[in-house]
Design a protein around this ligand. Structure first.
Ligand SMILES: CC(C)(COP(=O)(O)OP(=O)(O)OC[C@H]1O[C@@H](n2cnc3c(N)ncnc32)[C@H](O)[C@@H]1O)[C@@H](O)C(=O)NCCC(=O)NCCS
Ligand SMILES: Nc1ncnc2c1ncn2[C@@H]1O[C@H](COP(=O)(O)OP(=O)(O)OP(=O)(O)O)[C@@H](O)[C@H]1O
Length: 209
């Protein structure tokens, strides 16, 4: 049963470099609390954290830099070149990410909360407690173009990252709402604005506010 006192939550998902962070910033500018699975994943591997210890045991010392922190670039190349390596990393991090998101969602104080979860479509229903799903969508060619413009990636890595993620159609099947990010930033902002008002209404209806 839906608990009317639980904050109303919207999951934000999309493929790599689809524009999730850009969208999340716009919602945050409207005063909406944002939780970000990528940032939580980073917190979980800070020096001294249990997950970092498990990564070191599974992947070896060479995944750490001189200061004992995670060498993200190295791990990224290891996990996107072999599915078994990626699954091993996910087995260490995903249960912890899920737990942290669920715990922190109860602390949302804005009228609704936005939870940026890149791998929602790959998560087999683990996030079915979230009220609504917003997908950022764009054509694959534009996604690859924005990804390679933003990051300097080893040859083939951009395609390998896309291959490790759900396809466009699979992601869109989950969507209650879709943002089309194939246009300008102004067009993106206009869509966020519209959705923000819609989510205020939905959250208000739920709580009877
Ligand atoms: C592999 C790591 C070390 C690479 O770090 P890096 O700083 O280069 O990337 P960052 O963390 O900013 O992730 C950027 C994007 O990569 C994609 N991505 C990351 N992990 C995965 C994965 N396991 N499968 C598919 N895509 C992924 C997502 O689109 C994500 O938004 C890092 O992504 C990681 O720890 N991944 C495992 C945790 C995870 O699955 N995170 C995704 C959020 S649930
Ligand atoms: N409408 C747009 N027009 C032009 N560039 C854009 C647009 N939207 C986003 N970008 C740019 O595309 C890149 C990817 O956007 P962003 O970082 O927001 O994606 P992301 O989905 O959060 O990425 P990741 O999956 O790596 O976390 C960034 O360089 C961003 O500035």
């Amino acid at each position: 049963m839906t608990d009317p006192h639980r904050p109303y939550t919207v999951a934000l998902t999309g493929g790599v470099a689809s524009g999730k962070s850009t969208v999340a910033e716009r919602f945050a500018a409207h005063g909406i609390d944002v939780l970000d699975a990528d940032l939580i994943a980073r917190e979980l591997v800070q020096p001294g954290a249990p997950a970092l210890h498990e990564i070191r045991q599974r992947f070896g010392r060479e995944m750490l830099d001189a200061a004992g922190g995670l060498d993200r670039r190295r791990l990224r190349e290891a996990v996107f070149s072999a599915p078994a390596e990626r699954q091993a990393l996910e087995a260490i991090l995903h249960p912890r990410i899920r737990r942290a998101l669920r715990e922190r969602a109860s602390g949302i104080r804005s009228p609704y909360g936005l939870l940026a979860i890149p791998l929602l479509a790959e998560s087999n229903g683990s996030y079915d407690w979230i009220d609504r799903v917003l997908v950022v969508d764009l054509p694959r060619e534009l996604q690859l173009e924005r990804l390679s413009r933003r990051d300097t990636l080893a040859p083939g890595l951009a395609e390998a990252m896309l291959a490790a993620q759900a396809g466009r159609a699979e992601r869109l099947r989950l969507a209650d709402d879709v943002i089309d990010n194939s246009g300008s930033l102004a067009a993106l902002n206009a869509q966020v604005e519209r959705l923000h008002h819609r989510y205020l209404e939905l959250a208000g209806d739920r709580t009877g506010a």
